[in-house]
Design a protein around this ligand. Structure first.
Ligand code: HEM
Length: 192
């Protein structure tokens, strides 16, 4: 998003078009990532009766058959774990184009401990999907759809990158939870 979009009022038609384009892009980015995350999550749930039963019971216990209030959403811990597990499990790739010659700190050389040169204009694609399954920082079973892992993990942990990290990280991260939570909670009335 351009700097102009941050609170500035357009002073001419060209700026207004640019602002509207920025806003439209935000809506598109939000829609795509929310819908792909939800599709992946519902696929995982369709394969996992144990999690669906536990999710349904946890929603019924806390809010019954009514839609949750904003306040109640914050107390639905299992809903949060399921959403975070969906983000861990289903977000796939991200990429960057180098705007100047640069280096990655490690990954080069025969042992992978040397820096890697990235020339201006080169594209670095990285797999969020693989990062969420590598090593032990997600526990012993990183491949499994297992929401309970979030009892001991934080959404701010370094290796959890569905929204990426840094200055261009997703600005919709915080607002996505209540929306996804509201979409997930009607499960209590449609599941057996
Ligand atoms: C599950 C939901 C979502 C996921 C997984 C997600 C993921 C992402 C990712 C990976 C990026 C790129 C960040 C980067 O590469 O540095 C991004 C950017 C962005 N997202 Fe989201 N997003 C979600 C929801 C939302 C929502 C709800 C909004 C708006 C309300 C939103 C608005 C944006 C915008 C405007 C950008 C561009 C930021 C920039 O380039 O500076 N996203 N999102």
């Amino acid at each position: 998003m351009s700097e102009k979009a941050e609170g500035a009022q357009p002073t001419n038609a060209e700026e207004e078009v640019s602002l509207l384009a920025d806003q439209a892009l935000s809506i598109l980015l939000a829609n795509d990532s929310m819908s792909t995350t939800l599709s992946g999550l519902f696929f995982c749930l369709s394969q996992d009766e144990r999690v669906v039963k536990k999710l349904t019971a946890s929603i019924l216990d806390t809010v019954g058959l009514e839609p949750p209030t904003w306040g109640q959403l914050g107390t639905l811990h299992y809903v949060r774990w399921v959403l975070q597990e969906g983000e861990k499990h289903c977000v796939v790739f991200n990429a960057r184009v180098a705007n100047k010659n640069s280096t990655l700190p490690t990954g080069g050389g025969t042992n992978g401990n040397s820096p890697v040169l990235i020339r201006k204009g080169e594209i670095v694609v990285f797999s969020t999907w693989a990062r969420h399954r590598l090593g032990k920082d997600f526990g012993e079973n990183p491949d499994e759809f297992y929401p309970e892992r979030w009892e001991h993990l934080s959404g701010d942990m370094i290796g959890f990158i569905p929204f990426n990290k840094g200055p261009r990280a997703c600005p919709g991260r915080k607002s996505s939870f209540p929306v996804l939570g509201r979409l997930l909670t009607p499960m209590q009335s449609i599941m057996p």
